[in-house]
Ligand binder design. Sequence first.
Ligand code: GDD
Length: 409
Amino acid sequence: MRLEQSHRTERFGAVRIHELQRVIQLDSGDATGTVSDGVVSHDAIRAVEREMVIVIPCMNETRRVIEGVLSGIPHDCLVVLVSNSARHPVDRYEIEAQTVEQFCRSAERSAITVHQRDPGLAAAFKAAGMPELIDDDGLVRAGKGEAMLVGMAVAALTGRRYLGYIDADNYVPGAVHEYVKVYAAGLHLAANPYAMVRISWHSKPKLRDGRLFFSRRGRSSEITNAFLNRLVAEYSGFGTEVIATGNAGEHALSLELGLRMRLAGGFAVEPFEYVELFEQFGGVLESAHPEVMASSVPVLQIETRNPHFHDNKGEEHVQGMRMQALNVLYHSPVALPAVRSAILEFMIAQGALAPGEEPPRERIYPPVGSLAMDLFRDALAAEATTFRQLGASALVERPCLNGGPPLGG
Ligand code: GDD
């Protein structure tokens, strides 16, 4: 794969945000280049894929679409499907699990599935020390961020080093394939234990007056990006448009980084990842991780080639997503007063807030790395009846990263 070179970065303390880089070639043949050429060989990509878990959050998506998504995920990645699909009157989780099982059998690979609302999963999180994730019914809370957290915890049990997220409602297997290749290429190029790669899809096709129109930006991301950029600019004193991936649902990161990060619930999860990087590694607040501060945190943003064609869940859904992003920005201790008042003004103008009201707070969970991983694994295996390992078992005895001490222990 050949990516555009990335010369310019914006710093926020130890966080290095790279300007958007385009994919120049999906396949660069035998070209060999250096990191600065943006050329990544097949071997380098595959080496990352062998260490990568792909988590698919899934809620009531159709079987055919899920099958397409699975088919696009490179062979060496381990798939973890975290479902919050309805179980009555039809058990949609059972259908999903069967789909994954058939796929694993025909493709000779392994995968893991689990249902987010399985009481055994909640018991595992309680046992491992994250009661914040449990709701009044004693189950793991619903929400995409919560599903991503579950996926990260399961990924940590596999001993693999990287984690990527792919939505289950993607209609184009080729796009899924490209996203994962880009994750691997970006993580390879970042050459840093604490790296993140975020996708900005090239276009989203929509039907307009009977014609296909390829819209360039998402309806929620423009707003989120503008306010995230404003947050950065208030510190530097220079306007910037560097952040192009505030809402990126498709993104990947090293588990070394992910396990140190708090995650937000629902659709606040992706914008909060930036906020969390700024809070923990921005140099404004004290960092609990001097090793990360010393190493820096590269965030690569890559514009892919395939159109992003997914299920359209309506305007109200998008508005909710937009406001959840602004809620986490507003309440961040690194947001300066000018940003906070601009957010308030915007929300009032949108009718999302009455004058004098404060934006609600989103749920923020402790880092997955704080879980007692051995307790989590044992309780999950013993109590979560929906936890299925298809193909060969992918869990390791003593989860740890890079030969370090066991996680959470
Ligand atoms: N397990 C689980 N639990 N999955 C969920 C939940 C949940 O509570 N809510 C949503 N999902 C799954 C959906 O089934 C889908 O596969 C994926 O998460 C994304 O949810 P959508 O509701 O389809 O979101 P979207 O397509 O409007 O927005 C996506 O793109 C945005 C950026 O454009 C999401 O990835 C957003 O997070 C992202 O910001």
